[in-house]
Design a protein around this ligand. Structure first.
Ligand code: C2E
Ligand code: CA
Ligand code: CA
Length: 406
C-alpha cells in the first residue's frame, strides 16, 4: 500500500481493489476521507460477517477509533481501487480542542452513545468495565470542557431572563474635543446587573449573546435607549452631541437594522448623522454581506466608526472599501504614549492617515494629562478615557455636562 504526501502535506493512500484497510482489533491510528473509490464496512455478528455500510467519495471512515483510542470494532475493505486522505489523531484532537465547548460536549456524548449502540447491534452490550475504559481513553486523548459548556448554557439562559426582565443598563462615556476640551459626543456602553451573578462585564457576555443571536434583541434595546437618551440630552443642554453605539458582527446580518435605526432617529426628530455606529474590523471580516451593509448605511447618511483601529489584520484595505466617518485609535497604542517609543509614531501615523482620508479620529483609553496633551499636539481631534471621565449612568452624564458649563 503506497502512502505519499501531497502538496498540502496531507498524507494519502492508494488502496487496490479487495485490500483490507483495517480489521477488527487493529489500532485506531487514522481516520480516512474517501477521495475516490468505494469502501465496504463489515462486522462479525454471531460469527457471520455482515455489511454495515458501503461508502463512496466524500465519506469519513474510521473516526470512532481515532476519537476514543480503542481498537477497530469493524473491518473496512476497498471494493474498487480507492484513494484515501489520512487524518491523524493530532489533527483531529487539535480541531476538537479548538471547537466550541458545547460542540465538544455533544461530540463526546454522541461518540459514547454510538459505541454503545454499535456494541449492542453486534449482540454484546457494553460492559461496565469497557464503558469505564472508554471514559478514561477519551479523557487521555480529548477531554471535553464540560464545565465550560454547561456554564455557557447557563449564561445563555440567564441572558434570556435578563432580556425579559430588563436587567441591562446603559452607561455613557464622554468623547472630548481635544482642542476645546469640551465633550462633543458620548459612547453608549452596556452594563448587565444580574441578580444572580452581580455585575457582568460586557466583554464576558457580548460574545455569548452574539453566538446565540440574543445580541439582536439586546442590540435593538441599546439602539432604542441610547437614541432616547441622546434626544433627551440635546433638548436639555442644547448642544449638538453625537452618540456612538457599538454594533456587533451579528447585527450587520440583520436586514431590518438600517430601517429600524432610521425609524428610531426620525421618530425622535434627530438627523441621521447624530449617531455613529462603531464596528470592529473583525466583524467586517467575519460577515459576508458586511461591505454591502456598510455601503447601504453610508448611502442613508448614517456614520460608521472603525473601532479598535490598528488591532486587526488588514486595516488599510478596509479603509479603501468602506466609507468610515471616524477611526478610533485602540487604547493599546495610547497606553504606550510617553513610555513606549513606537506608540507615539503609531498614534501620529493613524492621526495623519485619518486626516488625509478626511476622517475624524478618536483616541481611546486616554488616562493621563500627558497622553491628552501629546495627542492634541499631534492633531488628534477627539479623546476618550478615564482622564476625562469614566463611563457613567445618565444622571452622571447630566452632572458632567452641567459642570463643563453646557
Ligand atoms: P469598546 O467598544 O472598545 O469600549 C471601550 C472600553 O474601554 C469600555 O469597556 C470602557 O469602559 C473602557 N475604557 C474607557 N476608557 C478607558 C481608559 O481610560 N482606560 C481603560 N483601561 N479602559 C477604558 P467596557 O464598557 O467594559 O466594554 C468593553 C467592550 O464591550 C467594548 O469595548 C465593546 O466592544 C463591548 N460593548 C460594550 N457595550 C456594548 C454594546 O452595547 N454592544 C456591543 N455590541 N458591544 C458592547
Ligand atoms: Ca466602542
Ligand atoms: Ca474600542
Amino acid at each position: 500500500m503506497k502512502v505519499h504526501a501531497d502538496s498540502l502535506g496531507l498524507r494519502q493512500r492508494v488502496v487496490p481493489a479487495g485490500e483490507v484497510i483495517f480489521r477488527e482489533g487493529d489500532p485506531g491510528d487514522f481516520a480516512y476521507i474517501i477521495e475516490a473509490g468505494l469502501v465496504e464496512v463489515t462486522a462479525l455478528v454471531d460469527g457471520q460477517r455482515v455489511v454495515l455500510n458501503t461508502m463512496g467519495p466524500g465519506s469519513l471512515l474510521g473516526e470512532l477509533a481515532l476519537v476514543d483510542g480503542r481498537p477497530r470494532s469493524a473491518q473496512a475493505q476497498a471494493r474498487e481501487e480507492t484513494l484515501l486522505t489520512l487524518i491523524t489523531t493530532d489533527q483531529f484532537a487539535a480541531r476538537l480542542a479548538d471547537a466550541d465547548p458545547i460542540v465538544q460536549l455533544l461530540f463526546a456524548v454522541s461518540m459514547r452513545y454510538l459505541r454503545a449502540e454499535a456494541a449492542h447491534a453486534r449482540g454484546h452490550a457494553e460492559s461496565v468495565e469497557t464503558a469505564l475504559q472508554t471514559e478514561s481513553q477519551l479523557g487521555s486523548r480529548f477531554r471535553p470542557r464540560t464545565e465550560a459548556a454547561l456554564e455557557r448554557i447557563r449564561l445563555e439562559s440567564d441572558l434570556r431572563i435578563a432580556i425579559a426582565e430588563r436587567q441591562f443598563e446603559l452607561h455613557f462615556q464622554p468623547i472630548i474635543d481635544l482642542e476645546s476640551g469640551r465633550p462633543c459626543g458620548l459612547e453608549a456602553l452596556i452594563r448587565w446587573n444580574s441578580p444572580m451573578r452581580g455585575f457582568v462585564r460586557p466583554d464576558l457576555f457580548i460574545g455569548v449573546a452574539e453566538e446565540s443571536a440574543l445580541i439582536l434583541p439586546i442590540g435593538d434595546w441599546v439602539l432604542e435607549e441610547s437614541i432616547r437618551v441622546l434626544q433627551h440630552l440635546r433638548e436639555q443642554f442644547r448642544i449638538p452631541l453625537f452618540m456612538s453605539i457599538n454594533i456587533a458582527a451579528r447585527q450587520t446580518e440583520d436586514p431590518t437594522l438600517a430601517d429600524k435605526i432610521t425609524g428610531m432617529l426620525e421618530s425622535r426628530g434627530l438627523e441621521r448623522s447624530a449617531i455613529k455606529l462603531e464596528i470592529i474590523e473583525r466583524a467586517l471580516f467575519e460577515s459576508e454581506g458586511a461591505r454591502a451593509w456598510g455601503n447601504a448605511l453610508a448611502d442613508l447618511g448614517l456614520k460608521l466608526a472603525l473601532d479598535d483601529f490598528g488591532t486587526g489584520y488588514s486595516s488599510l484595505q478596509y479603509l479603501q472599501e468602506y466609507r468610515f466617518d471616524t477611526l478610533k485609535i485602540d487604547r493599546s497604542f495610547v497606553w504606550g504614549l510617553g513610555n513606549k517609543k513606537n506608540s507615539e509614531s503609531l498614534c501620529r501615523t493613524i492621526v495623519d492617515l485619518a486626516a488625509s482620508l478626511d476622517m475624524g479620529v478618536v483616541a481611546e483609553g486616554v488616562e493621563t494629562t500627558e497622553q491628552a496633551e501629546m495627542l492634541r499636539a499631534m492633531g488628534c481631534q477627539m479623546g476618550q478615557g478615564y482622564h476625562f471621565a469614566r463611563p457613567v449612568p445618565l444622571p452622571g452624564v447630566e452632572r458632567l455636562l452641567s459642570d463643563w458649563g453646557h
